[in-house]
Design a binder for this molecule. Structure first.
Ligand code: FE2
Length: 328
């Protein structure tokens, strides 16, 4: 029987146990460590809303009393993870800084981070060491919580200060931090313009939320118009890729974790999710009603293309010639 692990608190780097819903059919030798496990299944693509719920606890930040988490995918050794966290209205945390980078994307509700109102469809990138807060859930809030490792929250430096927004924003730990340029206290989707995408056909657009200039690691929103078609190809990339469907549908040929090299049809729906290792080919995809997705890659996204159905291109000519030759 699998132990119910919690990547927020389980400090054992040698843990062999796994979240039951994440252990969804990987056939690879377990000694072939890939960090996070491949999460791509009909269940996860359909909706993660019913995934198991555990207390969400980060010392000094959240006790698990008013805070719960659903683990969508996780590296159980490091705590690097994507979690769907619920904060009850009235939850609060003092000014502090995390010891690892943390990304936050609000799906519904309203949580105040110091002077920044993180409302529905707001994003924040918080580098390790930059003070934030005080935090308050103004409403019941559901957000994606995406730490680079299991964070701790340091409050000692700020405990003597009045707990007001100015005291985190004005603090020297913030104003002279060498990664201040990476800090995104808030990006609200509804206030951002769409940009053209690099690889995809017309009918797609993006809103860039975070890009690491050195590695190309990125977080962005992808929008697809209704009836958008990707085309007659599929692709792999030298980066992990994950996405959460905020609204709409994405249909097509998925690389399920129980058979990652045999793509099969499924529909991704609202609150569907996947996390895919690098170089697992996937697609093509299309949408009926349009789609809005949160995307993340661990390094720069380059694409290696393959034809999806060669019969309608080069091989058609070969077959035609064969038929002509036979007739003659
Ligand atoms: Fe992709």
């Amino acid at each position: 029987m699998a132990k119910h692990t919690n990547p927020n608190t389980d400090k054992s780097p040698t843990s062999k146990t796994r979240q039951p819903h994440i252990d969804n059919g990987l056939r690879a030798n377990p000694a072939t460590s890939i960090g996070r496990q491949h999460v791509e299944s009909e269940e996860a693509l359909n909706s993660v809303v019913e995934f198991p719920t555990i207390p969400f606890a980060v010392e000094q930040f959240a006790s698990g009393q008013q805070t719960t988490a659903q683990i969508l995918s996780a590296d159980e050794a490091t705590g690097e993870s994507t979690q769907r966290v619920t904060l009850k209205k009235g939850w609060s945390a003092p000014i502090g800084h995390f010891t690892t980078d943390v990304e936050v994307f609000v799906l519904s509700g309203h949580v105040r981070q110091g002077g920044f109102p993180l409302r529905k469809l707001s994003y924040s990138f918080i580098p390790a060491g930059i003070p934030t807060g005080p935090w308050t859930a103004e409403e019941d809030t559901v957000l994606l919580w995406m730490p680079d490792a299991r964070p701790t929250y340091v409050t000692n430096d700020y405990a003597q200060l009045e707990q007001i927004a100015e005291n985190s924003a004005y603090h020297l730990n913030a104003q002279v931090h060498d990664r201040m340029a990476e800090y995104v206290p808030i990006q609200e989707l509804s206030a951002m313009n769409w940009e053209s995408t690099t690889f995809l056909p017309p009918g797609s657009a993006r809103k860039s939320l975070y890009t690491n200039q050195k590695t190309g690691r990125a977080t962005w929103i992808l929008g697809l118009v209704p009836m958008w078609l990707e085309g007659n190809f599929f692709a792999g990339h030298p980066t992990t890729e994950e996405a959460y469907l905020i609204t709409g549908d994405v249909q097509g040929h998925w690389s399920m974790s129980d058979a990652p090299f045999e793509r099969r049809y499924a529909a991704m729906r609202k609150d569907g999710y996947y996390w895919r290792p690098a170089h697992i080919p996937h697609g093509p995809f299309w949408t009926e009603d349009g789609a809005l997705l949160l995307f993340r890659t661990s390094v720069r996204l380059d694409c290696y293309w393959m034809l999806h159905n060669p019969d309608i291109t080069q091989r058609d000519e070969i077959r035609l010639q064969e038929a002509v030759d036979k007739r003659d």
